[in-house]
Structures are given as C-alpha cells and as structure tokens.
Ligand binder design. Structure first.
Ligand SMILES: [Zn+2]
Length: 137
C-alpha cells in the first residue's frame, strides 16, 4: 500500500516499488538499478526484465537530464481534463535512463527547447497526492 498517493489519477494501490512514494515525499525522484546487469528502470521495477534478478538498488534521478522531445497537450484524457494545457516530455539522464513525464507548468512555451537541461523534482498535488515533473536546471 501507499502507491495510491501517486499522480492525479492512480491506477494501482499496491506495488513492490511503493518505496518510490517515500522517496518523493523526502524530495527525491528515484529509479531502480539491477545490481546484476546495471539496467536502470523508471518507473522503478524490483525485478529485472532481462535477467529476472531481484537484487536491485535505488538510484537518484534528480540530477541533470537532457530534454529529448516534448509535446503540449490541449485536450487531456479522463482525469486530466482540467489540467490542460500541459507539456509532456521524454528526458535522458546521464545514467542512460529515459524518463517520461511532465514539464514544469510555469515554464513559458518559448523557453522549452530540445537539448535543454532539466532535473526531476517531486510535485505535490491536490488531495495529498504526489508526482514528479521536470524543471529547468
Ligand atoms: Zn538485470
């Protein structure tokens, strides 16, 4: 339990990676890394899809990342209708992890450029919910 706090719309309350929420509440965005092969997972996984190892460790994802691509949503899907417009992005961290998420809503459209440096930050939402977003570094 605990994962129901994640995001504006939660799809699951139970996961083996619920520790992710504890990290967010402490101000950290964390991924998991397989200690056997080094693959980094975000969203976090507690078992490696390549070698099925459960020997994982949590690694920080708050550091700088590069914006690879983005799009602005003007008509949000169910649960997100009132959030639009918002910008979705894929960013790449120095450890190779490519992460999907939203860009900071306060960032002016003219300031968003492919290649810009961002960092992941926890984002508190209404109703004691929490998520993450990317802010300009
Ligand atoms: Zn592995």
């Amino acid at each position: 339990m605990g994962f129901e706090k994640f995001g504006a719309v939660s799809f699951t309350a139970e996961t083996k990676a619920a520790e992710f929420i504890d990290f967010l509440e402490k101000g950290k965005v964390e991924a998991t890394r397989c200690k056997k092969c080094g693959r980094v997972y975000f969203p976090p996984r507690v078992q490696c899809a390549d070698d099925l190892s459960s020997d994982i460790e949590w690694v920080d994802l708050s550091g700088p990342a590069r914006l690879l691509t983005f799009t602005t949503v003007h008509y949000g899907p169910t649960g997100f209708e009132n959030d639009a417009p918002y910008t979705l992005a894929v960013v790449e961290f120095s450890n190779g992890a490519r992460v999907f998420g939203r860009l900071d809503k306060s960032l002016p459209a003219a300031d968003i450029n492919v290649g810009m440096t961002v960092r992941a930050e926890p984002l508190k939402l209404a109703g004691d919910k929490i998520s993450y977003h990317f802010v300009k570094a």
